[in-house]
Design a protein around this ligand. Structure first.
Ligand SMILES: [Zn+2]
Length: 199
């Protein structure tokens, strides 16, 4: 009798956990990008950045990650999608700081990353996506680690005629984005690496 009720309890717990898992991975897919629609502003993250990192953190006061680096299964299509960096949600106009010394090699609209600043440091390329089109740096400018290089861009960029990205309302978005955040890619020797191994 006692054993039977324990078994029932485990079965109930199993289905409860299964239900929570299915519910929490509900997501939207944008042209190869998968983003959890309800995770943009999660308060708690298991991620804590290291003080002994090679590069510094690009935002002050925003340390949550809404989308991690790498391959993931899209629950809507069942297809595997690739995320070349990490997404750090932050309000529009939040300051973005260079994670390393380097030279600005690109500022402009960069496809799914929206308005973007790209900085090179020797064999590393750092891509800061979904930033404000009011660029604070220009190409060929030398920047220092922790120098302010831009601000978080708006979600909508109605005035940009080049973007092909829109959301469910049909309005033009700053690349493939569901909300204001910094997309950060780190390329080492031309290959995207997990930023969390360097930050
Ligand atoms: Zn991203």
């Amino acid at each position: 009798m006692f054993q039977k009720s324990i078994t029932s309890l485990f079965i109930i717990l199993f289905f409860l956990i299964l239900f929570i898992c299915i519910f929490s991975i509900h997501s939207e897919t944008f042209s190869g990008y998968t983003k959890s629609s309800n995770s943009e502003f999660i308060e708690d993250s298991s991620f804590h950045y290291s003080e002994n990192s090679i590069f510094s953190w690009p935002l002050f006061g925003y340390y949550n990650i809404s989308s991690f680096f790498g391959y993931r299964i899209s629950p809507t299509s069942g297809a595997s999608t690739y995320h070349s960096g990490i997404d750090i949600p932050a309000p529009e106009k939040s300051n973005i700081y260079s994670i390393c010394d380097g030279i600005v090699v690109y500022t402009g609209f960069y496809g799914s990353d929206g308005y973007t600043v790209i900085i090179q440091n020797e064999n590393f390329i750092i891509i800061y996506g979904h930033v404000s089109p009011n660029f604070l740096v220009q190409e060929n400018q030398i920047v220092q680690k922790n120098e302010k290089i831009g601000t978080i861009g708006p979600k909508y960029i109605d005035q940009n005629s080049n973007t092909t990205y829109t959301d469910s309302t049909g309005r033009k978005t700053n690349g493939a984005t569901t909300g204001c955040h910094l997309h950060l890619t780190i390329k080492k020797d031309g290959k995207a690496v997990n930023p969390l191994n360097y930050l």
